[in-house]
Design a protein around this ligand. Structure first.
Ligand SMILES: CC1=C(CCC(=O)O)c2cc3nc(cc4[nH]c(cc5[nH]c(cc1n2)c(C)c5CCC(=O)O)c(CCC(=O)O)c4C)C(CCC(=O)O)=C3C
Length: 489
């Protein structure tokens, strides 16, 4: 009898935050001896985390913050000994440009724009729309019967169009680059869906149960976000270091098939691919890549993956002279259909005024340092905008910024970062697609899947999902190793 392999070899496919968190967790659980290989198709690690140099300093041109109301990233930073690198935003708040005006976003009284009280919406909606919102609890009770619905359509039916157009759609246009009418309630706002299921049939009442209690007077609001001084790529650097994995860059995996014991991977140049035999695979790639890799071995999972759309975005980063009049807000979300005074459409859907949002990029720096701003372009299906060349996009974003803030000065530095297919769309029925993928993968020994398409698209959700997937794989490997071990078995 051949001696079973004592030291497991695991391939992690995908070198973004999900793949690297999983690699790190596998190392933690399986110990120093385990072999872990991370395969990444691009020439750098980080996936949607990318820190560039802008105006002489480190600047995130991908995801730029994580939620600290959720524990996942904080726990990970603690485990990595990186807590001291975390910083929180200033008190500058978000704004929204809707109905031709820019107003503060009512963050306290809403759940991602869904109101828990009509008071939260004063100053954002017209008097008539406020009256419609106030009357919502009197409408016939909403019963979902356990099913999923379009978030936008549900809200339009309950509250009228203005709430969705002015608040919810701009907010979700940020989070998912999506369209509120195409996004599903259950996957985008699971807590709200549950509150509706359990409530009296009013969405206003359901949202109210989710709002944090009002702050005692004088209390300081807990921060919602965090980031890392030096940029979020520091998280990737830390993870890669602690994972102690063999990292192979620039190598797309073409084929994933069952091997004699575990899995066989073919990657690299198509004419002469490299082959790798491993005991287990952790797949942490976006839906289109996962669909290709699972087409043969897990066809039902591949079909479900192919039903998950992805949206592309462009981040245009500007370093502006310190004299420009940047508003005292963390940024602005721009509602669909907003126009400049001269009738021109806005190109950007959001700006982050990074030097206002983060002290380490603004107030805490040398006053002669440039002011840093990110303009974000691209909603699901908006392909023509994305195809414009870099200079055109910079020009369009500058014109939008001038319209919003009066800042017209020539930038001292610019960067255009294209994120093709970066943001999975959580459509109606998304939870079912995820369930179908998981069900088929559960039947395949030594395979786990994770990533931004599963439990939420933010960093915290990706980190939590990756750690759970790694733990499941580690548990499986440990139990099969014991079973196969002639001494202990
Ligand atoms: C991709 C993307 C963009 C566009 C591109 C880019 O520019 O990157 C964007 C823009 C913006 N998002 C903004 C505001 C907010 N975004 C939030 C939450 C989130 N955004 C996300 C993603 C994005 N956001 C994600 C994955 C979450 C976590 C969701 C979760 O996992 O639950 C929340 C917290 C909600 C809560 O209270 O839960 C707020 C208040 C503002 C305004 C100014 C500012 O403050 O920057 C702007 C320009």
């Amino acid at each position: 009898m051949t001696r079973p392999q004592q030291v497991p070899h695991i391939a992690v496919i995908g070198g973004g935050v999900s793949g690297l968190t999983a690699a790190y967790e596998l190392r933690r659980l399986l110990g120093r001896a385990a072999r872990i290989t991370v395969l990444e198709q691009s020439r750098r690690l980080g996936g949607k985390l990318s820190t560039a140099q802008l105006g002489g300093g480190a600047f995130d041109v991908g995801a730029e913050a994580f939620l600290v109301r959720r524990p996942e990233v904080l726990d990970l930073l603690g485990d990595l000994g990186a807590m001291s690198e975390m910083v929180h935003p200033t008190t500058a708040g978000p704004t929204v440009r809707a109905g031709g005006r820019t107003v503060p976003m009512p963050v306290g009284g809403t759940v991602q724009g869904v109101p828990g009280s009509v008071e939260a919406l004063h100053g954002v909606l017209s008097e008539q729309a406020l009256a419609t919102v106030a009357e919502e609890p009197a409408a016939p009770p909403l019963r979902l019967g356990g099913g999923d619905v379009s978030l936008g359509r549900m809200l339009r039916a309950r509250f009228g169009d203005e709430l969705t157009d002015r608040l919810v759609d701009p907010m979700l246009g940020g989070v998912y680059a999506g369209d509120a009418d195409r996004l599903g309630l259950r996957a985008t706002m699971p807590a709200l869906a549950r509150a509706i299921d359990e409530g009296d049939g009013s969405v206003l009442h359901a949202a109210a149960t989710l709002l944090p209690p009002a702050l005692p007077s004088g209390a300081v609001r807990q921060p919602v976000f965090g980031t890392l001084r030096g940029g979020l790529i520091r998280l990737i650097d830390r993870l890669a270091e602690a994972a102690g994995a063999t990292v192979r860059l620039g190598l797309p995996v073409h084929a994933l098939t069952r091997g004699d014991v575990g899995w066989r991977l073919a990657f690299g140049a198509v004419p002469s691919p490299e082959l790798l035999e491993v005991d287990a695979v952790l797949l942490a790639v976006p839906p289109p890549a996962a669909r290709r890799l699972l087409a043969v071995t897990a066809p039902a999972a591949a079909t479900a993956y192919s039903a998950i759309d992805v949206a592309s975005t462009v981040v245009v980063s500007l370093a502006l002279p310190p004299s420009v009049p940047l508003p005292d807000a963390s940024g602005v979300l721009i509602a669909r259909g907003e126009r400049h005074d001269d009738g021109t459409d806005f190109t950007a859907k959001a700006f982050t005024f990074s030097s206002r949002k983060w002290g380490h990029l603004g107030a805490d720096r040398d006053p002669s340092a440039p002011l840093l701003v990110r303009g974000s372009i691209g909603r699901f299906g908006e392909i023509e905008t994305m195809q414009r060349d870099d200079d055109e996009l910079i020009g369009a974003v500058r014109a939008d910024l001038a319209e919003l803030t009066g800042a017209r000065a020539e930038p001292v530095d610019t960067l255009v970062t294209r994120w093709g297919g970066a943001l999975p769309q959580y459509g109606v029925g998304h939870i079912d697609l995820v369930r179908r993928i998981r069900a088929e993968v559960a039947g395949l020994a030594g395979l786990e899947v994770t990533g931004a398409a599963f439990d939420g698209i933010g960093l915290a959700a990706c980190v939590g999902g990756a750690r759970r997937a790694a733990a499941a794989l580690a548990a499986e490997l440990t139990s099969t190793t014991i079973l196969r071990d002639p001494v202990r078995g």
